[in-house]
Every structure is written in structure tokens, then in C-alpha cells.
Design a protein around this ligand. Structure first.
Ligand SMILES: [Zn+2]
Ligand SMILES: [Zn+2]
Length: 80
């Protein structure tokens, strides 16, 4: 099992900042309050957090697995 820690920082962005009014994955317009993120592996654009997870799991499983194995043996806070 691999648990992936997403950046816990919640950064409010306006539609203007994002340049996006709908999710690039499910194409539903964003409502008042959404958790969104972008893909770490391609330039797909802003997606709902859960859509990005689905996108990454379906489109980037190979990259994800190599990222996981590249980090597996390293301490969590390498720089400290
Ligand atoms: Zn979506
Ligand atoms: Zn992607």
C-alpha cells in the first residue's frame, strides 16, 4: 500500500487566477467552494481534487509508481 500526502496548504484562488471555470476532467462548472488541484504530470489544467486523483490513477499510473519507488527509501524530511 502507498499513501500519498498531498500538499496540505489550502490556497484560495479566484476564477480569475485560475483562468478556469470548469473542471478539465469532468467538465462540470466550479461552484462556490471546491477543492481543486492540477496534475503533477501533465498540463491538463485545474481539476477537482477527486477528479485529479482519478485522472492521475488512470493516465499516469506508471509515472506515479516510479515516483513512489524513487521516494520510498528516503526519509520524509530529507532536508532537515
Ligand atoms: Zn471534476
Ligand atoms: Zn495528467
Amino acid at each position: 500500500m502507498s499513501l500519498l500526502w498531498r500538499d496540505p496548504w489550502l490556497k484560495p484562488l479566484s476564477n480569475y487566477d485560475l483562468g478556469a471555470e470548469k473542471c478539465s476532467y469532468c467538465e462540470k462548472p466550479f461552484v462556490r467552494l471546491e477543492f481543486v488541484t492540477s496534475c503533477d504530470f501533465c498540463e491538463k489544467g485545474i481539476m477537482h481534487d477527486k477528479c485529479a486523483n482519478k485522472h492521475i490513477l488512470s493516465e499516469h499510473r506508471k509515472e506515479l509508481e516510479s515516483k513512489i519507488s524513487a521516494h520510498r527509501d528516503k526519509p520524509l524530511h530529507e532536508y532537515q
